[in-house]
Ligand binder design. Sequence first.
Ligand code: GLC
Length: 422
Amino acid sequence: MAAEPVPVCPDPSWFVHDRFGLFIHWGLYALPARHEWVRNYERISNEDYQKYFDHFDPDLYDPNVWAAAAARAGMKYFVVTTKHHDGFCLWDSQQTDYKATRTPYGRDLLAPMVQAFREQGLRTGLYHSLIDWHHPEFVIDHIHPQRDDKAFREAQAGRDQSKYAAYLHAQVRELLTNYGDVDIMWFDFSYPGPDGKGGDDWQAEGLLRMVRQLAPNIIVNNRTTIDQDLWTPEQFQPREWVTEGGQKVMWEACQTLNGSWGYHRDNTNWKSVDLLIRMLVDSVSKGGNLLLNIGPNARGEMQPEALAILSGIGEWMRLHNRSIYGCGQSDYTAPEDCRFTQNGNRLYLHSFAWPFNAIHIEGELADRIEYCQFLHDGSEIHHVVGDPHAKRHNGPDKVVTLKLPIARPRVSVPVIEIFLKD
Ligand code: GLC
């Protein structure tokens, strides 16, 4: 008899409602400050990476500052790297000494973080790396930092991946037992193939069953190779609602501020506030969420650029969050350079490129519009059925014209709130 499939989250409605979260990539790689994959990129051995552990002392770490910045930006949940691929643990795991409490800093970083974000009303997500380049039983493969070191590979040929899987499971059990209610478990990642790793290497089915048993309502992503609740397109915006086997699935785009997840000192490729807001809107207009990443530095602070971006987004969210929270994809097709989001009888038109003095909406909206206004100031926007400058009014292709001021409102993305008749 076939085993029961691994259960999924019975009610992820809070996640679909909230739409916007903060991703935090933080660990030893904040010290080299040149990408969280630095060990892989530069083939750094355990011994050579040890200096970052020995000097890890984020003396300015204050998660209340991070949580307040996220809340002001309008974010409703956060997802933090409990452990990234380098294997370093932010919490006081009983399974290893490779953890914050054994560094000069000497304290658990996760407990105060979770508390600070909860106090600000954000839900908790834990990113946990399936990959572990530090663990002595993690079988060396083609992305391991020491893959090219023949002598090392030979000396380590006897590694037993199942022992690593036991460690992985024990750590996830700790995380889901000792830090209160965890809302999201974000595993990363699988790369099946002859010299890669996938579900069997993580004993993924057993892992997920344990997660469900410890936290039945948790949302889990699908990077273990077993499909669960959440699809996570990374560093791109999908063209349309993400589907699996022809079915629409719950999805969340994860995006960086500058191309790196971990702190990267010399990378100044910052995305603008305007662009990031467009990316948030774009996700919601296609039925998805946005998880926006910050990489705090080695002293425990978010960079001034990152804080400024969060506050710029927050300024827009303060006036426009009605077009984000509780909204999703609209049945109507948005005009060129616009995105629609919709929440029941409220339709939100986001203008990505301000036109001259009119936006024409084609389709069946004409009979349904009751009233229109700018969202940022509540000022009326007149609408007329048809195109006043076209010969043919209201022909087979119906058009509604929104009459706009020539001057673009001084907000990152102007939004017109359209009240639809029942
Ligand atoms: C990747 C990378 C990584 C980052 C993550 C975020 O798979 O390995 O460094 O943590 O995706 O989505």
